[in-house]
Design a protein around this ligand. Structure first.
Ligand code: NOJ
Length: 733
């Protein structure tokens, strides 16, 4: 009985949410397929790149008219996409083009980078951001975004950590669901939605030593436990498409990995959508050393289940010969085309192939609600890492304020990596907002460039020190440049780049109070600031409205409550560092040399996963566990009471962690299994409740089967992955 109940529950969880399909879709696809030549079929599997500025290329028109261009990336703008679409609809079978673009954290309105959105621990906000991004994207004629990036990353050397939700599968899955919902809604043919793409399948974030495009070696059980769940969540949410990753996984390049595509994704998970390769990753199978030539590359990728080839042209060049030689089958080719056509139908392209040119400007215009949402999202993304003696917010008595740092005066930097069609001139900087706020408050503001991520002749630390001596409070906006994280932006050394640390030390030496606001796409080395600077606010790359949001958070007119979506390492030597590591036989014990630790550093992070302070004092107490024992298919409720003891309405993120104390395989010391961002009025209390059932209590056993095992479970309700109120319950035999 129990087993059946769990199986039913898991099956229900796994059933993909399907967008509304036209009733005659399968028949129409069948009819098209029966008329298509091999060349036309292969053409549907080809995606070509446009110009960086959004224009289509002359060749695209030619191919489109012949019905040989399935999709483009980067071609955007209602007029441009319509022109190319018109050419496609003149083709023999009039199959529309699917226009794609990387809308990663905003199209024109730029929201915080995804790692910052994850730090909000607020999936509803991430959903709103994605929905607004979808509206602008769709208005510009684009029907497909290459997002969300759902790669788990435990290595901040890897620059693409900025594009995901950090190190945790539970948080990552919640964010994956929210973003897919936001982009696609219930039906991505709707006029303000786009098809989403879960990428990069799979374990791209496990790149060895954090080098982009590098190899991943991940045991299968860890794939199921850690790297797969956000992808699975995206499938359950009905994500339209997947992208195969650049890396090789356990020796098999993902783009040629039959097990990933046909075994797990399309087989076990029943994914009905299309899989696109990454940029030239089909052709790169040669450089991986698994394909002898382009024909071989096409054969491997098609057989593995990659339906569409991005940019390289091995399918269209070699497909017909491969078919004639029996190296790919007619059924497989048709299946790939069917998947592409399905997404086109579900995107509503056959019925509404054109964008409304007259509506574009009004929608892609930074109008009120998207600016407001970008502001809200930025505020929610900030993580107050340290705040000794309430050094922040900036005290009301401050009369002479010094603001330093190149990043405080850099519009483009606010957008971070992947800027969609965002424009630097739309962004409001910290300096602009500080000027306005200081004027309102009668504060004398001095701004100095002082130092930035790139050492430059504008650096002037001496001038900053002089100005600090005259000031009564200093705010330093420091960090990484926007191109120091993202694709092809791995770093082996995570120190604050340029002369920024030197600047910070010189400022601190003046004895004036200094607050550090940090912009970065990853954790950087904060050892010195953590020991010497009273207040540190992590601001990621906060987007179009980043300046106003950050200024308001620093002045205390809004309340920071973000939490770290990753463990903040003390040094590169600790990487990979993640809170949910497995129990070891010899846990770190300072009194025992022969325990799992370093001679020269603690095991612990500088700031743990889930950490983030608030200005208001919150109290968490009165833990309740609803049952001391439950059946394996049962549910237990764990709750605690949260109170805002402060004077202002504020948020706190309550987190639920779990440990399966004895199991058939080693289990993590604790795992996040619930969280809620709670808003409380001053003096208000609320009981925050989490339900734990088979989908939270189970794990993949040595046989890779999902199970709930009997025994004792420990739980913690807390405001970070360290400490918390502890309880326990049993799962009965
Ligand atoms: C390569 C990146 O890996 C991928 O994330 C992106 O979507 C494609 N380029 C297209 O720009």
């Amino acid at each position: 009985m129990r087993k059946i109940a769990i199986a039913l529950l898991l099956a229900a969880l796994a059933a993909p949410v399907l967008a509304a399909a036209p009733a005659d879709m399968d028949a129409r696809i069948g009819a098209l397929l029966s008329q298509m030549t091999v060349e036309e079929k292969l053409g549907q599997l080809q995606q070509l790149d446009g110009e960086a500025n959004g224009e289509a290329r002359a060749e695209h028109f030619d191919l489109a008219r012949k019905g040989l261009l399935g999709s483009t990336l980067n071609v955007r703008g209602a007029k441009r996409t319509n022109e190319l679409q018109r050419a496609a609809l003149q083709s023999r079978l009039a199959i529309p083009i699917l226009f794609a673009f990387d809308v990663i954290h905003g199209y024109r309105t730029i929201f915080p980078v995804p790692l910052g959105e994850a730090a909000s621990f607020d999936p509803a906000q991430a959903e709103t951001d994605a929905a607004l991004a979808a509206r602008e994207t769709r208005a510009s004629g684009v029907r497909w975004t290459f997002a969300p990036m759902v790669d788990i990353a435990r290595d901040p050397r890897w620059g693409r950590i900025v594009e995901g939700s950090g190190e945790d599968a539970y948080l990552g899955s919640a964010m994956a669901r929210a973003r897919v919902r936001g982009f696609q809604g219930a039906d991505y043919s709707a006029g303000d939605r786009v098809a989403a793409c879960a990428k990069h399948w799979a374990a791209y974030g496990a790149a060895e030593a954090g080098r982009d495009y590098s190899t991943a070696e991940v045991p299968e059980r860890t794939l199921y436990e850690t790297y797969f769940p956000p992808f699975r969540a995206a499938v359950e949410q009905g994500v339209a498409t997947f992208m195969s990753a650049f890396d090789s996984l356990n020796g098999v390049p993902c783009t040629a990995n039959t097990w990933l595509m046909r075994g797990v994704l399309k087989g076990d998970w029943g994914f009905p959508g299309l899989v696109v390769s990454d940029y030239t990753s089909v052709h790169e199978l040669m450089a991986h050393g698994v394909a002898a030539d382009g024909a071989d590359a096409a054969r491997l990728a098609l057989n593995a289940g990659v339906d569409m080839e991005m940019v390289s042209r091995d399918y269209v060049t070699n497909g017909a010969a491969l078919l004639a030689q029996g190296k790919i089958s007619q059924a497989e080719l048709d299946e790939a085309v069917r998947r592409v056509l399905r997404v086109k139908f579900l995107a509503g392209l056959f019925d509404k192939p054109y964008a409304e040119e007259a509506a574009e400007d009004a929608i892609v215009s930074m109008n009120g609600d998207s600016r407001q949402a970008a502001y809200d999202a930025a505020v929610k993304s900030f993580v107050l890492l340290k705040n000794e003696n309430n050094a922040l917010p900036i005290p009301p008595g401050v009369k002479n304020l010094l603001l330093v740092g190149a990043l405080a005066d850099d519009q483009a930097a606010l957008m971070g990596s992947w800027t969609g069609d965002g424009k630097a001139e739309d962004c409001i900087t910290v300096l602009q907002e500080f000027r306005a706020k200081s004027a309102e408050r009668g504060i004398r503001l001095t701004y100095l460039y002082a130092a930035g991520p790139e050492a430059s002749e504008k650096d002037d630390i001496l001038a900053a020190v002089k100005a600090a001596k005259r000031a009564d409070y200093v705010v330093a906006v420091l960090g990484e440049g926007p191109n120091m994280s993202g694709e092809a932006a791995s770093r082996s050394d995570l120190s604050l780049p340029g002369r920024q640390l030197e600047l910070l030390k010189a400022l601190a030496a003046t004895g004036k109070p200094v607050a550090l606001a940090l912009m970065s796409g990853r954790p950087v080395d904060l050892n010195w600031p953590a020991a010497n600077i009273p207040a540190i606010m992590q601001a990621w790359f906060p987007g179009t409205m980043g300046g106003p949001a950050l200024a308001d958070a620093l002045f205390g007119t809004v309340q920071p409550a973000g939490k770290l979506p990753l463990s903040w390492p003390r040094s590169v030597g600790q990487i990979p560092l993640y809170y949910n590591h497995l129990s070891t036989g010899r846990p770190a014990d300072p009194g025992n040399k022969y325990s799992s630790k370093y001679l020269d550093a603690p095991n612990t992070p500088l700031y743990p996963f889930g950490h983030g302070l608030t200005y208001m004092p919150f109290e968490l107490n009165d833990l309740r566990v609803s049952a001391s024992s439950i059946a394996p298919s049962g549910t237990v409720s764990v709750s605690a009471s949260l109170s805002n003891k402060g004077s202002v309405r504020a948020d706190e993120v309550v987190q639920l962690y779990l440990q399966d104390t004895v199991a058939s395989v080693a289990r993590p010391v604790r795992e996040l299994k619930g969280f809620e961002r709670v808003t409380l009025e001053p003096g208000q209390s609320r009981r925050v409740e989490f339900k734990l059932g088979p989908s939270e209590l189970g794990f993949y056993g040595a046989d890779l089967k999902y199970r709930v095992e009997p025994g004792e479970f420990r739980v913690w309700v807390s405001t970070s992955s360290e400490g918390g109120l502890q309880g326990s319950f049993n799962v009965a035999h």
